[in-house]
Design a protein around this ligand. Structure first.
Ligand SMILES: Nc1ncnc2c1ncn2[C@@H]1O[C@H](COP(=O)(O)OP(=O)(O)OP(=O)(O)O)[C@@H](O)[C@H]1O
Length: 823
């Protein structure tokens, strides 16, 4: 008897000890899990809340034609080869080559799934021309499952191992011609055709989006067939992203195409507004963006996978797709990141990855310890141990020690974007367990980030709906053709980012072609082209400006276009010399051309492969400096007063002729010219060269160079390139081929003054610079007081007034999407 009593006591003690241990471990698990969430979220925040990947489709067996114009140059760049000498790099967050497997694609996406289980909204969508592999990426095949089935599997796996409880539901929504319909909605019994019922979107009491009467199927296993009813859809042969002109769509198809484009341009606007952190996000501009509001919210994680075709004949669509992608990606990056910041960021990401992994491992270890303890309990009591009431362990009360999670508050466990959550009605039909019932069971509710919108309640990113809707899956094409992207007989203009830009640019370029001449290099200095036209081949001789896909270009307003078109004629200096002080002097009368911005392509130290070496301390000989000054003859710089560095590229033969095959750029006017680099390395470089020129200033060159718009390229900066005029980091490094050595040439440009005699004097006084930089046009006009000039001035003012009166919006250029595509 005594013995059995002792055993009971011992058992009781063991039970209490195990329970206490479980409580402690649970608290510890919560604590670590919170830390892991925080770290993962920080990691994803650092990577960017809106990321853009690109996947290049492989050439299919039955495909014929020309290939090779679309290449993945490295893991973050796509290179488009328009012709042998015309090519353009697009920087993205990740580029998947045709050989990339579904596994690899998914491994990049996996952290988002965990994040969604942690309580943050995520949205993954595929974008691209028809037939480029959106469905393959999202759904895949039975042999090669895509993101959706893998996500579901992963969600189940993770939700089962989690100490939280989850309710997973699946909804499917189509947006067609602005009408929302439930793809899981009721069907006609006889015909099995879905009854079209337009659903309405409304904003819930807490600001989230709710769709009335949207059905939700409760998902209990990853293998559960999600679509018990057969869904028939008719493929639209003109669907996808072909341009309307190309598809020659008419009637209903044309309307569909327009609706798609409207949706996607609205999506572009929303992404753009989110990226640039605008106070107003235009969600309401289309049904698509309204529906995606919660998933695209400021704190949500959005991943766009753009798809491109490897075919040469699809180059136009590819350009448009990549233009859209670049715009979505780079707006905030280009404006906010410096090289230093980027390096810090990369370091922080690597560190956070380690922390997340470590915390995940720790959580996993604790979970298995808890499991073991429960097993022990079960053994001791013969009762399913999890039903034991385990007390909270005060030791691990997270309390103040809880890691800080931004904008977080407790939310229900129904981890699903709000717009997809079922209504009371559909829940009644599909699930016996109401969310409120589940909520009661939740031990550690997931976090909500903003009361107004976004939620992380987990799971179903609306990918399926999007990719199937025919909306999200299509690529936006703007209203006109982008045929002038290809340098061909018909269109010998510059490449542009998209069709709307083509329109605008054509105006500009057409006018520029009329420009009297283009500076041209010779040993003696500038010469003119006799025919007054730009010869593209000649640019090779110039220092290269490169057209990086950063959104450097300011919106080119109609007024600016007009001004470029009408106003400032471009005369060319007859002579240009570099004096001993490193100044470039020009003696011929010049008039300066105005442009809207100045783009530089990035040469990122990190992105240069092993063939490249940056040699920043390689001083230039005077002869080389002279050579550069001559090379600069092909730069188009006007009224510039900026400083920076130019990469001089040395090829394997030791020739320091700068590379020419790096793309094109538009050079435009910017109001914020006065920028200097504060990078100490730059400054030290500058001073070295300054010594040479006996200049007290921190730069060696002061130059003004003229050229026609577009085409010139410059490589500049400190292993990355900073926007010359705006001082912004260009986050789009341009990998270069055949470049052995790069050295820096610090440069300072100052806006020059054209004297009435026409001689250019390099202005060194700040006040004077400001005076004349404020309005070059006025300056020129002041030179001439004749009736023609007065008339011209009046026309100018009239144009400007009309444009201002009409508003840019009315002219169609104000649409942010199109503006963005002009980048
Ligand atoms: N990465 C890939 N590897 C192998 N095959 C691919 C890949 N991407 C696409 N394909 C194949 O290319 C074809 C077109 O792909 P898919 O149907 O996914 O294009 P889509 O963009 O969804 O087209 P649509 O817009 O018309 O629906 C399919 O046969 C698909 O299997």
């Amino acid at each position: 008897m005594m013995e059995s009593d002792d055993k009971d006591v011992e058992n009781d003690e063991s039970l209490s000890r195990i329970k206490a241990e479980i409580a402690t471990l649970n608290a510890k698990l919560n604590h670590f899990d919170l830390q892991r969430r925080q770290a993962l979220n920080d990691l994803l925040d650092l990577k960017g809340n809106i990321r853009v990947f690109c996947r290049i489709r492989p050439i299919l067996n039955n495909e014929y034609g020309h290939f090779g114009s679309v290449v993945s140059s490295d893991s973050t760049h796509v290179l488009l080869k328009f012709t042998e000498s015309r090519r353009k790099y697009y920087a993205l967050d990740r580029v998947f080559t045709p050989a990339t497997s579904q596994d690899e694609v998914f491994s990049e996406i996996e952290p988002l799934i965990q994040s969604s289980l942690d309580g943050y909204n995520a949205c993954i969508f595929a974008y691209g021309q028809t037939g480029t592999g959106k469905t393959f990426t999202m759904e895949g095949t039975s042999e090669w499952p895509g993101i959706v089935p893998r996500t579901l599997e992963e969600l189940f796996k993770k939700s089962q191992t989690s100490h939280n409880k989850f309710l997973l539901e699946f909804s499917m929504l189509e947006i067609y011609m602005g009408i929302l319909s439930d793809l899981l909605g009721p069907r006609n019994r006889k015909t099995t055709v879905r009854k079209i019922q337009s659903l309405s979107i409304r904003t819930g009491p807490d600001g989230g989006i709710e769709i009335d009467n949207l059905r939700a199927i409760r998902v209990v296993s990853a293998d559960q067939p999600l679509l018990p009813m057969q869904i028939r859809s008719q493929a639209d042969p003109t669907g996808g992203s072909e341009r309307l002109l190309k598809t020659q769509a008419s009637g209903r198809r044309l309307e569909e195409g327009k609706a798609i484009n409207l949706s996607l341009s609205s999506l572009g606007d929303v992404i753009s507004a989110l990226q640039s952190k605008k106070p107003h996000i235009p969600y309401r501009n289309s049904k698509l963006t309204q529906v995606l509001k919660d998933s695209l919210g400021a704190d949500s994680k959005t991943l766009m996978v753009v798809h491109v075709s490897p075919k040469d004949e699809d180059l136009c669509e590819t350009v448009c797709t990549l233009g859209f992608a670049t715009r979505a990606r780079s707006i905030h990056l280009a404006q906010e990141e410096s090289m230093e910041l980027r390096l810090k960021k990369e370091y922080a990401i690597a560190e956070l990855l380690k922390i997340v992994k470590k915390l995940e491992d720790e959580c996993q270890e604790i979970r298995s310890d808890i499991e073991n303890l429960y097993e022990n309990l079960k053994y001791l009591t013969n009762v399913d141990s999890k039903s034991f009431d385990i007390p909270e362990d005060p030791q691990y009360d997270a309390g103040d020690k809880k890691p800080h999670v931004k904008n977080v508050k407790a939310t229900p466990v129904l981890n699903q974007p709000r717009f997809m959550s079922s209504t009371a009605c559909s829940r009644q039909k599909t699930s016996s367990l109401s969310p409120s019932a589940i909520r009661k069971k939740v031990q550690d509710p997931p976090v909500k980030r903003k009361s107004s919108s976004v939620y992380a309640d987990s799971l179903s990113s609306p990918v399926k709906g999007i990719s199937q809707s025919g909306y999200g899956s299509e690529c936006s094409m703007s209203k006109t053709s982008c045929s002038n992207w290809i340098y061909n007989e018909e269109c010998q203009s510059e490449f542009s980012e998209d069709s709307s830009e083509c329109d605008v640019k054509m105006v500009v370029f057409a006018e520029q072609k009329k420009l009297p001449s283009t500076p041209y290099l010779s040993d003696k200095g500038f010469n003119r082209f006799k025919d007054g036209r730009t010869k593209k081949t000649e640019r090779k001789k110039g220092l290269n400006f490169n057209n990086c896909p950063c959104p450097r270009k300011k919106e080119q307003t109609a007024a600016q276009i007009q001004r470029t078109k009408k106003g400032v004629t471009n005369a060319v200096p007859e002579r240009m010399n570099v004096n001993k002080k490193g100044h470039i002097e020009m003696s011929a009368p010049i008039k300066l051309h105005t442009f809207d911005s100045f783009n530089f392509n990035a040469v990122d130290e990190n992105d240069l492969n092993n063939d490249f070496a940056l040699n920043r301390v390689d001083p230039l000989s005077e002869q080389e400096i002279n050579q550069i000054s001559i090379e600069m003859g092909s730069l188009l710089v006007d009224e510039t007063q900026s400083s920076g560095n130019i990469f001089l590229i040395e090829d394997s033969s030791g020739d320091r002729t700068p590379q020419s095959d790096l793309g094109n750029t538009e050079l435009h006017q910017s109001k914020q010219y006065e920028q200097t680099f504060h990078d100490s390395k730059h400054e030290s470089e500058s001073h070295k060269l300054d010594d040479k020129s006996n200049e007290a200033e921190d730069s060696i060159f002061k130059f003004t160079v003229l050229e026609e718009a577009g085409g010139a390229e410059i490589l500049t900066s400190n292993g990355e390139v900073t926007d010359y005029f705006n001082g912004n980091l260009c986050s789009s490094p341009c990998p270069m081929q055949d470049v052995k050595k790069i050295c820096l040439l610090p440069v300072k440009c100052q806006r020059d003054v054209v004297t009435p005699k026409g001689n250019m004097i390099l202005d060194q006084k700040h006040e004077a610079r400001e005076d004349s930089s404020t309005d070059l046009t006025n300056f020129q006009m002041d030179e001439h007081t004749g009736i023609c000039n007065y008339f011209r001035k009046t026309v100018w003012m009239l144009c400007a007034s009309v444009l201002l009166g009409l508003g840019i919006d009315n002219l169609g250029f104000g649409h942010e999407f199109f503006n963005g595509l002009m980048l």
